[in-house]
Design a protein around this ligand. Structure first.
Ligand SMILES: [Zn+2]
Length: 306
């Protein structure tokens, strides 16, 4: 389904729900035809793929990238902080964080790494590393021209280190990517996710105060989106408060990892793993800001206040 925001800016919604392996894309039907993200599946049949000149990736995650073979004639571009994700298979796998599986889950990861089994047939490539030849990269503040319209690339890391949002200042339309306003809150469970970055990125979008917010996995939001962005980040801050509260006495890593702070989902072991990765991110942040320290016996201890 296409949703026209303006004569040339259109949201592309997948035929199924915009959840993994799918995501929404943005189509700029201008002089320089541009697509932002390529995770919408068979709905791309309604586009003239040969006319798409540029394909911009908000970040490298599979559900934003997998449709790239539809647009083989386009120039692919990603954020300069994330070029490695399209070029370096080792880094790509490390970024998933599975090297921490045993530490966090108490057992070795079974070898079915990818959720490949029942992928729909309009997902053209298998999950995992996609060696995509980038024509170039963009950086924070770059103006990306599409003829009748232009957008500014906003580096909004946290979810991944090279996550970008795209802002169309004249139309006040924001494509926020995986700062997606999910009712489950933001995801920062990758090896290179960073919670401090995430806080700053969401704050940046709040300050931007767009009229329209298009996210990768939800409907289009219009009006004042600032309270929605605050609620969204509050879900993660509430998780953080609970961890800090739990640390009112020294706790072992194992005890902290047994906290169940996830929003109910599919109950899969991956979900449990990501929940623990996110707790790990909070612990790293607490240590960095010297709110807690790791004692010699391995327990995490809060510094005395005052
Ligand atoms: Zn993502």
């Amino acid at each position: 389904m296409f949703i026209e925001l303006t004569a040339c800016i259109k949201v592309i919604r997948p035929d199924s729900r915009a959840v993994f392996p799918y995501s929404n894309s943005l189509y700029i039907d201008g002089e320089r035809q541009t697509l932002i993200d390529a995770g919408s599946g068979r709905v791309y049949q309604h586009l003239p793929p040969e006319k798409i000149e540029t394909l911009l990736f908000s970040h490298y995650h599979f559900d934003h990238v997998h449709g790239w073979p539809y647009f083989s004639q386009a120039q692919f571009m990603a954020g300069e902080e994330e070029r490695w994700a399209f070029e370096d298979e080792t880094e790509y796998h490390l970024s998933a964080g599975y090297q921490y599986w045993e530490e966090l889950m108490g057992q070795k990861k079974s070898m079915n790494w990818n959720r490949t089994a029942e992928l729909p047939d309009d997902v053209l490539v298998k999950p995992g590393f996609q060696p995509i030849a980038l024509a170039g990269t963009f950086k924070d503040g770059d103006r990306l021209d599409m003829g009748q319209s232009y957008c500014v690339a906003l580096h909004t890391p946290g979810h991944t280190p090279g996550h970008y949002s795209f802002y169309f200042p004249e139309e006040k339309i924001l494509f926020a990517g995986d700062l997606d306003l999910s009712p489950r809150g933001p995801w920062y469970g990758g090896a290179y996710s960073d919670f401090d970055d995430l806080l700053q990125s969401v704050e940046r979008l709040i300050q931007l105060n767009p009229d329209v917010l298009v996210s990768s996995h939800r409907r289009v939001f219009e009006g004042d989106v600032r309270p929605l962005l605050r609620q969204y980040i509050d879900i993660a801050l509430e998780r953080e408060r609970k961890i800090l509260q739990f640390l009112d006495q020294p706790r072992t890593f194992r005890e902290i990892m047994s906290l169940d702070l996830s929003v109910p989902g599919d109950g899969s072991e991956h979900e449990l793993f990501w929940n623990r990765m996110m707790i790990k991110k909070h612990l790293e942040r607490f240590c960095k800001h010297e709110w807690i320290y790791k004692r010699e016996d391995g327990c995490y201890v809060r510094y005395k206040e005052g």
